[in-house]
Design a protein around this ligand. Structure first.
Ligand SMILES: Nc1ncnc2c1ncn2[C@@H]1O[C@H](COP(=O)(O)OP(=O)(O)OP(=O)(O)O)[C@@H](O)[C@H]1O
Length: 542
């Protein structure tokens, strides 16, 4: 057999061309990857330049230039730290910590921890690992931005939060499905351009999750009373400290607030922190606080001067106070109807804040059913209509169950201090809040004033500690910021103003609003019926 007949001559030119093209393509890809890497790590350029300079300096001059540079840098750093500690910490210390922790704690263990916490997905015979995009450290927290692999959602990270925390050597990890910082407010000539850039930078990123590891708990220390703002900003009233050390601010505009917490867990500190942040407005008459303390004045009477109206000893007068708040709300409703949709507080038409220290005492445990009925009706009206009209309710309760606080669902803003039962967390903060990290039932009894709150627009709860005002600070505050005497508002083509209190001749006070001149009643018929019942049956409300 002649095998030569089967021999094929190799197409060497073709082989060389294909191999050359392949190598060229690989080199281009490698160069592009290197360029992308260099651009992505642009922050390291100065460091690389410095290292190259140092090597060059060492070759030409030996060690002494390095020693000199080190001495000058140390002296410069010392002066900077001495003169501008804040900026030094922000620009040098925290950045150094960030670099260290990014490389040593997170990048080094990333793959291992993700696998062990069950966050790695398998696909096509390979693994898809969540991608660590950035790390930013503050004094107390590390904030990581992570891109989830396809097929995951933030719920998986909520479930793995405790595993993640302990794996990276911390005790708490909070998971946020949305960006935590709002775009900065831009002013100046180039503001429009910066706003455009911000629109891209701060665009919604559904595939990103923000993991916040609490390195050291700043909420173990009691928070001292915060400075009183010169004019209260109702969109951001400073009340305490967040666990990332930012000041926690409450938005008290067109909302009612329910504070839930087991006994002695610091409900009072939430109320006093709020009153402190409103103090300047109380003195100027921009804010009127009407207080009810069903516990006989044990909590609120110490700051009596701050309140335009105050009741702590008489159930009927408590009901009267709430009815008057309804009457004021109705009058405002008439005046503002068709003009604005949300009331803006002014000295003539102030923000009325009805503070109730233990709302359960009024709704569930009050022995007189007629008065209880009046109170429930008045609260129902205030909670359903008062927010936009500047008549707000801030109430505290030990038990957030609906059997106890029937009007619970009408409070849009909730604060959960230490609670006794696991189920109470979701009752207060909404379904699934506990699964998303609000472990209010695990707050130790020593952590008084620590609470979980929902920050604006975020489903994930944040942990905060309210400032604590000792008795002498409250007395001092009440003496410095007393409420001006209460005046009746001018009626503006509305039904006649209510006469708040009328003596029935037998020494007891019976609230009876003056019937309106126009058709619309100030109070609904059901409430008027309840009042009639109360007046005619002659039962002593005291
Ligand atoms: N924010 C806080 N920081 C530190 N300690 C606090 C704080 N709030 C309260 N405390 C401490 O806890 C005690 C009880 O606080 P507070 O009276 O406010 O609790 P409460 O929940 O209102 O109690 P109650 O259920 O009796 O109404 C206070 O005497 C104080 O010592």
């Amino acid at each position: 057999m002649n095998f030569r007949r089967f021999q094929i001559t190799a197409p060497w030119p073709l082989v060389w061309t294909v191999t050359g093209l392949f190598l060229l393509l690989r080199s281009i890809v490698a160069v592009v990857r290197l360029a992308v890497f260099a651009v992505r790590h642009w922050r390291a350029w100065p460091l690389v330049a410095l290292v190259l300079l140092a090597i060059d300096g060492y070759r030409s001059h030996g060690w002494w230039p390095h020693l000199l540079v080190l001495l000058v840098a140390a002296a410069g750093g010392g002066v900077w730290w001495w003169k501008g500690r804040e900026s030094f910490h922000h620009l040098v210390a925290l950045r150094a910590v960030t670099v260290w922790r990014r490389l040593w704690v997170y990048r080094r263990q990333w793959h291992e921890v993700m696998s062990l916490c069950g966050l790695v997905k398998k696909y096509d015979g390979g693994e898809v690992v969540p991608r660590l995009l950035s790390v930013r450290c503050s004094y107390a927290t590390d904030e990581l931005v992570v891109r989830m692999p396809k097929g995951q959602n933030p719920e998986v990270y909520h479930k793995a939060a405790r595993d993640l925390a302990y794996s990276f050597g911390t005790r708490h990890c909070r998971v946020f499905s949305g960006r935590r910082q709002a775009p900065p407010a831009r002013t100046g000539r180039l503001a429009w351009l910066l706003r455009l850039v911000d629109r891209v930078r701060f665009r919604d990123r559904p595939r990103h999750v923000w993991l916040v590891f609490i390195r050291r708990d700043p909420l173990t220390r009691v928070v001292a009373p915060l400075p009183v703002p010169a004019r209260p900003d109702f969109t951001a009233l400073p009340l305490g400290v967040r666990e990332d050390l930012a000041v926690y601010c409450l938005r008290l505009l067109a909302t009612h607030v329910l504070i839930g917490g087991a006994t002695r867990m610091g409900k009072g500190s939430v109320i006093w922190s709020l009153l402190r942040s409103l103090a300047a407005g109380i003195r100027s008459g921009l804010v009127r606080v009407w207080a009810i303390d069903p516990k006989g004045g044990m909590e609120l009477s110490i700051g009596r001067a701050l309140f335009s109206r105050y009741v702590d000893d008489d159930w009927t007068r408590m009901a009267d106070l709430l009815d008057d708040a309804v009457a004021r709300m109705r009058a405002r409703q008439q005046a503002l109807r068709g003009k604005v949709r949300v009331h803006t507080p002014s000295v003539d038409e102030p923000l009325i804040v009805v503070v109730i220290d233990e709302i359960a005492a009024l709704l569930a445990f009050l022995p007189d059913s007629d008065i209880r009925h009046r109170i429930t009706q008045a609260l129902g009206l205030l909670l359903t209509q008062g927010a936009g009209l500047g008549v707000l309710v801030v109430a505290a309760t030990q038990d957030p169950r609906k059997e106890v606080v029937s009007v619970r669902d009408f409070f849009p803003t909730r604060i959960a201090l230490g609670l006794t039962e696991r189920a109470h967390v979701d009752l207060l903060l909404g379904d699934g809040a506990r699964d998303r990290g609000a472990l209010a039932d695990q707050i130790p009894t020593s952590a008084k004033g620590v609470a979980y709150v929902l920050l604006d627009g975020q489903p994930e709860p944040a942990r905060v500690r309210f400032s604590y005002l000792p008795d002498d600070v409250i007395r001092d505050m009440a003496a410095t910021f007393p409420a001006p005497p209460e005046t009746q508002p001018e009626p503006i083509d509305v039904p006649a103003p209510a006469k708040p209190v009328r003596s029935s001749g037998n020494g007891r006070h019976v609230y009876r609003p003056t019937p309106p001149k126009q058709a619309a009643p100030l109070l609904p018929p059901s409430l008027l019926n309840a009042l009639d019942l109360n007046t005619t049956n002659g039962s002593d409300p005291r």
